[in-house]
Design a protein around this ligand. Structure first.
Ligand SMILES: Cc1ncc(C[n+]2csc(CCOP(=O)(O)OP(=O)(O)O)c2C)c(N)n1
Ligand SMILES: [Mg+2]
Length: 327
């Protein structure tokens, strides 16, 4: 389905924001400014942007460990996301979470916790709550091809299907789980087939085609909103970087990366904008310049921000209450 020009321009902006936000993260992870591991989604921007833009603010969103892109579009000001990833006190979670644990409940971003497959379980809770309260909010979970092998994903799909819960399993098949190729971890090539066993509708689509991502996600969301239960979408894509920023990814052939770089979701959508929608290169450059300026402002805000103070380390760890001991 063709999206209209304005929507496509806006999605191009989203993808450009994700790509260049993560370019900065890559640079500051490499020079040691960002503490801990970061996982980059470069090459997968269409999946992140297309899914989140098919949802609304009140839908429950579960980005995964490679989730900066989805997090950026959930509704939090990007400068608070960047400051969080850099571990600064001004981050959306006070710098306590960092890259893999960016939560913002005000826009129903329920974040990640480091345990693959766990959000398939927690999302059952928000999906059940929506059904119980008679809202039509859906719960969308990002999960990878490797994560699909976790038992929790199957327990979740079984229960969501049985109870007709509004869950969208967004399966980002980027071909690898750390260094293990998907074909060495799953018996079937089309991972969407896992859903068949639970009677869950599923699709397998080109995850680099932003229009396809939006179209199919909206279809799945509509089914869930109407009470038809869960569905699974397999987005076939590729991560350009290794598993984490700094992983040389020597386990994969160079030609593979070259092939996927030619299928860059930003270049593909830029081509559609120019050739089909008649958008000029100047209009595209204007979008890019605006995002570049916004990112420079985010970076300045982040680097000027203080680190959390040590004496605050236990805040939010223990509930503040006193317990009366029985004699
Ligand atoms: C339960 C659990 N097992 C193992 C890990 C370590 N781990 C982190 S990411 C990852 C691979 C995930 O691969 P995939 O689901 O394909 O996502 P991708 O990294 O490709 O985006 C593993 C094994 C973990 N975090 N949690
Ligand atoms: Mg993977």
């Amino acid at each position: 389905m063709a999206l209209n020009k304005e929507r496509l321009k806006s999605l191009y902006r989203d993808m450009y924001l994700i790509r260049n936000f993560e370019e900065l993260i890559k640079e500051y992870a490499a020079n040691g400014t960002i503490p801990g591991f970061v996982h980059l989604s470069t090459g997968q921007e269409a999946c992140e942007a297309g899914v989140v833009r098919a949802l609304r603010t009140t839908d429950y969103k579960y980005p995964d460990h490679r989730g900066h892109g989805a997090i950026l579009l959930c509704g939090t000001d990007p400068k608070y996301v960047m400051a969080e990833i850099f571990g600064r006190a001004t981050g959306i979670n006070g710098g306590r979470g960092g890259s893999m644990h960016v939560h913002d409940w005000s826009c129903h971003n329920h974040g990640f916790n480091g345990i693959q497959g766990s959000t398939c379980v927690t999302a059952l809770g928000t999906a059940f709550a929506a059904k119980y309260r008679h809202t039509d909010d859906v719960s969308a979970i990002f999960m990878g091809d490797g994560t699909l092998g976790e038992g929790t994903c199957h327990e979740s799909m079984n229960m969501a299907a049985t109870w007709k819960l509004p869950v969208i399993y967004c399966l980002i098949n980027n071909g690898y789980a750390i260094s293990t190729p998907s074909k060495e971890a799953h018996p079937q090539e089309e991972l969407r087939q896992w859903a068949d066993g639970y009677g869950v509708p599923s699709w397998r689509i080109d995850g680099n085609d932003i229009e396809a991502v939006v179209e199919i996600t909206e279809e799945a969301v509509n089914l869930a909103r109407k009470g038809k239960g869960p569905s699974l979408i397999e987005f076939v894509t590729y991560r350009w970087q290794g598993h984490f920023a700094g992983d040389p990814a020597s386990y994969r052939p160079a030609e593979e990366l070259e092939y996927w770089k030619k299928r860059d979701p930003l270049i593909l959508s830029k081509k559609v904008l120019i050739e089909r929608e008649g958008v000029t290169q100047e209009e595209i450059s204007a979008i890019e310049n605006e995002v570049d300026n916004e990112l420079q402002a985010c970076l300045k805000f982040t680097l000027d921000s203080p680190w959390p103070v040590a004496c605050d380390a236990l805040t939010h760890v223990y509930e503040e209450f006193s317990v009366e001991a029985r004699q």
